[in-house]
Design a protein around this ligand. Structure first.
Ligand code: BES
Ligand code: MN
Ligand code: ZN
Length: 490
C-alpha cells in the first residue's frame, strides 16, 4: 500500500475519488471534478456530518467511476483526531468499493483552525492505520493484502507544511503497524527470544542493538528480572537499542516486555488471561520508536537508548514464591509479596541498568503495569506519573499532539511510604490501601532515584479501546506516535 501526495493523476482518480466535505464550506473538488461535485451537491444527498458517507456512481467517460463524499463535521471544530478517522474511513470505503487505488481530495478551507502540518500527519496516520489487519495464522494462506494505494490531493492551503506532516505521519504510522504486529502475536509465537530477533532486525540506519542472555543477566545481578523468569522455560532477554551519538545527553526509553503474564503463583483468574499476551506492549512501543528512528526522518538532539526487559511470568516448578526476597541490580532488596506484580520487578532492573551504563538525563518507562489504571482511566487514556513535572508535561503535550491522551495521577512521598517491607528494602505491593497505579509508580520511583523520570501506565490503552476507524480491535500500538513526538522535541 502506497500513500503519497500529488495533484491528482488520472490513474488514481479513475476508480474512486473521495472528497472530504465540511458543514457550511463550499467544496468544488478542484478543476477536474468540478462538474461531478456540483451535480453531487445539487442532489442534496451529500452529508457533511462527521463520517457521513455518500457514494455517487458516475456513468460513461467521467474522470472517475465513483465519487464519494465523506463529512468532516463543522469546520470550526475539526481536530486532528476527526481527520485521522475520516482518512481511515476513506480507506475502508475504497476497500469496500474494490478500488485498488483512489484519490483523497481535501480542501484546505474545510480544515478550519487545524494547521497544515498537523493535518498532513493525521491524514497519513489514518490511511496507514486504517488499512491495518493482523495476519493471523490460519489454514487458508492469506491473500496478499496490499491495501489501497492512495494519492492525497490538497486543494489550497500550505502544501509544504502538509507534506512535511504527511511524511512524519507515515513514519509514525508504519512504526505503529510494526508494533501492532508484534503485540497481536500470541505468547507461543511472540517470545522473549523472538522479541530479541525482531529488535536485532532493526539494527542499521543509525540503530545499534545488543541482546543480553540469562548468563549475562546473572553476572550483572539482575535478580529482580531473573526471579520473574524462573517460572518459565522461555529464556529471558534484555534488549538494548541505541540511536544517535554517545556524546551529549542520553534519554532512556524503557519497555515492559512480558510476553505472557500468568500472574505466577499468585495466579490470575482464567477468564481473559489470554489478554496477557499484550503485556509486552511497553516493549512494543519502544521497538516501534526505533523502527521510526531508523527512517532517519526524525533526528533527536539527544542519544536515544531503548531498554526492554523481556520474559514470561510463568508457574513452573522453579517459579518464585510469594514472600521471596530478591536483590535488584542496584542492590535494593525486594520482597515479592505478589508474583503478579512482576512488571515493576523487571522494570526495576531495567532502570538500574540504564542508570549504570548510560547515566541518562531522563528516563521514560512504558508498561502495561496495573489493572488499577484501567479502572481509573479506562482504555482511551493512559496514566502518567513521575518525579519531574517538566518531563511529565513534555510527555503530556507529546500525547496531546499524537491524540494519545495522558492523564497525570499523583505520586507523593506518602505513596512511597506504602511500599515498605518488613523483610527487605521494599515490597512489590502496598498493604491493600488501593491506589494500585500509584503504588506501582511509587515502587519504580525508588529505582529512578533523582534522575528525572516518568512512567506511562498503558495497561488500558494498549488494547481494548473502542473501535474508531484507524483502530479496530486487538493491539493498538499505543504510545509509538507519542514517543516519536517526544523525541522530536528533544
Ligand atoms: N500485566 C498486569 C496488569 C494488567 C492488567 C495489564 C490488566 C493489562 C490489563 C500486571 O502485571 C499485574 O498483574 N498487575 C497487578 C498488580 C497487583 C498484583 C498489585 C494488577 O493490576 O492486578
Ligand atoms: Mn502481573
Ligand atoms: Zn504484567
Amino acid at each position: 500500500m502506497k500513500t503519497r501526495i500529488g495533484s491528482g493523476s488520472s490513474s488514481s482518480l479513475a476508480e474512486l475519488c473521495v472528497l472530504l466535505v465540511a458543514d457550511g464550506v463550499a467544496c468544488d473538488g478542484g478543476p477536474r471534478l468540478k462538474a461531478l461535485v456540483a451535480a453531487a451537491m445539487a442532489s442534496g444527498d451529500v452529508k457533511t456530518t462527521f463520517r457521513g458517507t455518500v457514494m455517487f456512481r458516475q456513468a460513461g467517460k467521467a474522470v472517475t467511476k465513483r465519487l464519494c463524499c465523506i463529512g468532516l463535521g463543522r469546520e470550526q471544530s475539526i481536530h486532528s483526531e476527526q481527520l485521522r478517522r475520516v482518512a481511515a474511513l476513506s480507506q475502508a470505503v475504497a476497500e469496500d468499493a474494490g478500488a485498488s487505488r483512489f484519490a483523497l481530495l481535501i480542501h484546505a478551507k474545510t480544515l478550519g483552525k487545524l494547521d497544515a502540518e498537523q493535518a498532513g500527519a493525521a491524514v497519513a496516520e489514518g490511511l496507514i492505520l486504517g488499512a491495518y489487519r493482523y495476519a493471523q495464522p490460519q489454514k487458508e494462506p492469506h491473500k496478499p493484502r496490499k491495501g489501497q494505494d492512495c494519492e492525497v490531493v490538497l486543494l489550497g492551503g500550505n502544501a509544504r507544511d502538509f507534506a512535511r506532516g504527511f511524511a512524519f505521519g507515515e513514519v509514525g504510522a508504519r512504526a505503529t503497524v510494526f508494533a501492532r504486529d508484534l503485540e497481536n502475536q500470541p505468547s507461543n509465537i511472540c517470545t522473549p527470544t523472538s522479541l530479541a530477533s525482531a529488535a536485532k532486525k532493526l539494527a542499521g540506519g543509525g540503530v545499534t542493538v545488543k541482546v543480553l542472555d540469562r548468563a549475562k543477566l546473572q553476572k550483572l545481578g539482575m535478580h529482580a528480572l531473573l526471579g520473574v523468569a524462573r517460572g518459565s522455560v522461555e529464556a529471558p532477554k534484555f534488549i538494548a537499542l541505541s540511536f544517535g551519538p554517545a556524546r551529549g545527553k542520553t534519554v532512556c526509553v524503557i519497555g515492559k516486555g512480558l510476553t505472557f503474564d500468568t500472574g505466577g503463583l499468585s495466579i490470575k483468574p482464567a477468564s481473559k488471561m489470554d489478554e496477557m499476551r499484550y503485556d509486552m506492549c511497553g516493549a512494543g512501543a519502544v521497538l516501534g520508536l526505533f523502527h521510526a528512528l531508523r527512517s532517519g526522518l526524525v533526528k533527536p538532539r539527544h542519544r536515544i537508548v531503548g531498554l526492554i526487559a523481556a520474559t514470561e511470568n510463568g508457574v513452573g516448578p522453579a517459579a518464585q514464591k510469594p514472600g521471596d526476597v530478591v536483590r535488584a541490580m542496584d542492590g535494593h532488596t525486594i520482597e515479592v509479596l505478589n508474583t503478579d506484580a512482576e512488571g515493576r520487578l523487571v522494570l526495576a532492573d531495567a532502570i538500574a541498568y540504564g542508570k549504570k551504563f548510560y547515566a541518562p538525563a531522563r528516563i521514560v518507562d512504558l508498561a502495561t503495569l496495573t489493572g488499577a489504571v484501567v479502572v481509573a482511566l479506562g482504555h482511551e487514556v493512559a496514566g502518567i506519573m513521575g518525579n519531574d513535572q517538566k518531563l511529565c508535561d513534555e510527555l503530556i503535550s507529546a500525547g496531546k499532539a499524537a491524540d494519545e491522551p495522558l492523564w497525570q495521577l499523583p505520586l507523593w512521598d506518602v505513596h512511597k511510604e506504602q511500599m515498605k517491607s518488613k523483610f527487605a528494602d521494599l515490597a512489590n505491593i502496598n498493604a491493600g490501601q488501593g491506589n494500585g497505579a500509584t503504588a506501582g509508580a511509587a515502587f519504580l520511583s525508588v529505582f529512578a532515584g533523582d534522575t528525572p523520570w516518568v512512567h506511562l501506565d498503558i495497561a488500558g490503552t494498549s488494547y481494548g479501546g473502542v473501535s474508531k476507524d484507524y483502530y479496530k480491535s486487538g493491539a493498538s500500538g499505543t504510545a509509538v506516535r507519542t514517543l516519536l513526538r517526544f523525541v522530536e522535541t528533544l
